[in-house]
Ligand binder design. Structure first.
Ligand SMILES: [Zn+2]
Length: 304
């Protein structure tokens, strides 16, 4: 076995206005990072509405679909745009994570990475925001729980921004541990340590700007890994944003590609190594390519 990477050309059809950091070129940078890795590649199937509806009311799905423009852009908030290809792109990202969960849960592959966009972890139950339309990682967790009948899953979100959408969608979900490490203060402003979820199943780990990779490793060792270990997840999902990298223009945690290598390797020690990772942020193209190479390189090694 190896790591299975899910991609689809539709994900490049979500087009954002010139100068927007969350741009289609990010997928080319991801491909650069994947070059030379011995991964199995699969197309993301189109996502199914039933999977979205585990997390969202039907009126939200209808509202996003109805807002898709025939040309140009529709703006949903200060930084979230829709282009004619955005709905299909977002549904491929949903289909990708659901297919990845299926493949890992059934043992077809041990690890998987979904290189989809738009990202998902800021989209709340009734609100697209922060470049995100549907909370893909939460949708993947619900598929593992409700479709496959797993009893315990965990999500680790190491994007530099708090995964407020994932937190909102899974606030009442007692079968899913949600861990988010993020720079604070920073967009979207949530993610204080006292935000714990309805069942105490959420762990928010705010990090200081400029704190760096050594501090990250220390806090994961001291705070995160013991909680993950006690949770005993059957599947681990990762919201893999690479915007904590030192070269990223949107934040300042000062991590390096090697920090992603270390963190990914340690995360593969949980859930029997059954890991599904999905792309979130990461806006410096060279840093994104290097970080994806490090992250998926470990998923490939550990997936053998
Ligand atoms: Zn981010």
């Amino acid at each position: 076995m190896t790591c299975t990477v899910f991609v689809h050309s539709d994900c490049a059809r979500h087009v954002t206005p010139p100068g927007h950091p969350e741009r289609a070129e990010r997928l080319a940078a991801v491909e650069k990072g994947l070059a030379g890795l011995a991964v199995t590649r699969r197309d993301c199937p189109m996502g199914m509405e039933a999977d979205v509806l585990r997390c969202y009311p039907a009126r939200y799905l209808d509202r996003v679909r109805a807002a898709i423009p025939d040309e140009g852009w529709t703006q949903l908030d200060g930084d979230t745009f829709l282009s004619p290809g955005s709905f299909d792109a977002a549904m491929r990202a949903v289909g990708g994570i659901c297919a990845a969960v299926d493949a890992v849960v059934t043992g077809e592959t041990k690890t998987a990475f979904v290189a989809g966009r738009p990202p998902g972890h800021h989209a709340e139950r009734e609100t697209a925001m922060g470049f995100c339309l549907f909370g893909t990682v939460a949708i993947g967790a619900k598929r593992a729980l409700d479709h496959h009948g797993l009893g315990r899953v965990a999500i680790v979100d190491f994007d530099v921004h708090h995964g407020n959408g994932t937190q909102d969608l899974l606030w009442d979900e007692g079968r899913c541990l949600f861990v988010s490490s993020h720079q604070m203060p920073l967009y979207p402003g949530t993610g204080r340590a006292d935000e714990r979820g309805a069942h105490g199943q959420m762990l928010n780990v705010p990090l200081r700007a400029g704190s760096g990779g050594k501090s990250m490793r220390d806090v994961y060792e001291r705070v995160v890994f013991p909680v993950l270990s006690a949770w005993k997840p059957e599947l681990l999902l990762i919201s893999a944003g690479f915007d904590a990298h030192a070269d990223d223009p949107l934040a300042g945690l000062e991590w390096q590609a090697d920090d992603y290598r270390w963190l990914t390797d340690r995360l593969c020690d949980f859930a029997g190594g059954r890991v599904v990772s999905t792309l979130e942020g990461g806006y410096d193209l060279d840093a994104l390519a290097a970080s994806v190479a490090a992250h998926v390189g470990v998923l490939e090694e550990r997936g053998r």
